[in-house]
Design a protein around this ligand. Structure first.
Ligand SMILES: C[S@@+](CC[C@H](N)C(=O)[O-])C[C@H]1O[C@@H](n2cnc3c(N)ncnc32)[C@H](O)[C@@H]1O
Length: 342
């Protein structure tokens, strides 16, 4: 038999691309398992395909193919007694577990539809999502719940990088689900925290916090507003916290937000910006670089700015003692801190 010689390097290069394609399909398996509540069903228990099918009212033939796909991709395990979650899936894909990412996954499933239009967005330098997408209640709820999952566990890392012992008042601008606002109120018993976001987003945050009993709620205030159109965010704050907000806005709007934040601060107060910063040459970790493309796809004017872009904006606005810190390895965010002179 005549065996053709295949160049191993070409095969390796092809496999890299084939694996990238498989990666995009793999996440679809994850989305389907979340959509069908299969991880919840397998929470700390093993079930047969028949048992899962009858609970979820899914035809056995297609279900078995999905379950086997999930075993092959590492989300489930299988033996002669049935299917079970892998330990990773049991920890972060089962509703209610610390570290749960199910709502974040549902949000990214929606964003992946936008990613399918990346070529169009690049050609036009315009987002492909309707600028008013947040006016849609279903999307807004998905967005805010996704933010909760994203921030709730790894977000607590922020506390390891700042000290607010001598601060009394904080405003969290574009607070989303107010995960951070609540975290600051709990961590610092002297701190009064104001959660500021669009009214509909704030309503979701409020509902979430009312159902929790973790302390600090009596020092939380709710301030509905629009950071673009409001002339002022108020005054008298020792801390302004801006987390994952500026990548949604154009440079002009960012500078306006930073100016109003300066006005909101007391002398001696501190501005804290949390973001996924690109490096000066536009590169970043895989997630940061792809998130910048997401900003292009869904936010008019949105951009994952670098620290080198943002720091001159702060200097021009008379912020002083501007410093930045990267967070732990598991947290791809960084912080910029800047003071208002006493
Ligand atoms: C990516 S989320 C970040 C939420 C939160 N700060 C965090 O880090 O988890 C951005 C937030 O900005 C809010 N936002 C968008 N446009 C806004 C505006 N014009 N005024 C106030 N908030 C706005 C959204 O409602 C959303 O909650």
């Amino acid at each position: 038999m005549d065996h053709r010689h295949l160049d191993k390097k070409i095969i390796a290069d092809q496999m890299q691309i084939v694996n990238d394609v498989a990666g995009a399909w793999k996440v679809q398996v994850l989305y389907a398992l979340i959509e069908l509540d299969i991880f919840d069903m397998l929470n700390d228990q093993k079930l047969t395909a028949e048992e899962i099918g009858s609970r979820a009212h899914i035809p056995l033939a297609s279900l078995e193919r999905l379950l086997n796909g999930a075993v092959s991709t590492g989300y489930l395990r299988k033996d002669q007694n049935g299917y079970e979650n892998t330990p990773m899936a049991n920890q972060v894909l089962v509703r209610g577990k610390p570290g749960y990412l199910g709502n974040y996954l549902k949000l990214t499933a929606r964003w992946n539809r936008s990613f399918g239009k990346l070529g169009r967005a690049v050609r036009s330098n315009e987002p492909v999502e309707d600028a008013n997408a947040m006016a849609d209640e279903e999307y807004r709820t998905l967005f805010i719940k996704g933010m909760i999952d994203y921030a709730a566990y790894r977000g607590t890392d922020v506390l390891n990088h700042i000290d607010l012992e001598d601060k009394e008042t904080l405003i969290d601008i574009g607070c989303g689900p107010a995960v951070y606002t609540e975290m600051f109120a709990r961590a610092y018993p002297q701190l009064r925290c104001t959660a500021y976001d669009l009214p509909d987003a704030l309503a979701i945050a409020r509902d979430r916090i009312q159902t929790q009993e973790k302390g600090g709620q009596d020092r939380l205030e709710w301030k509905p507003g629009n950071y673009l159109t409001d002339e002022s965010y108020g005054t008298g704050f020792d801390v302004v916290f801006l987390s994952h907000v500026l990548h949604q806005e154009s440079p002009e709007d960012c500078r306006r937000i930073l100016k109003k934040s300066f006005h909101a601060l007391n002398p001696g107060g501190v501005l804290i910006i949390q973001a996924m910063f690109l490096s000066e040459d536009g590169l970043g970790s895989v997630y940061t670089a792809l998130h910048d493309l997401l900003a292009l796809l869904i936010f008019p004017g949105g951009y994952n700015y670098s620290k080198q872009t943002m720091i001159p904006w702060l200097e021009a606005l008379d912020y002083v003692n501007i410093r930045s810190t990267s967070m732990s390895m598991h947290n791809i965010n960084s912080l910029i801190l800047a003071d208002k002179e006493r």
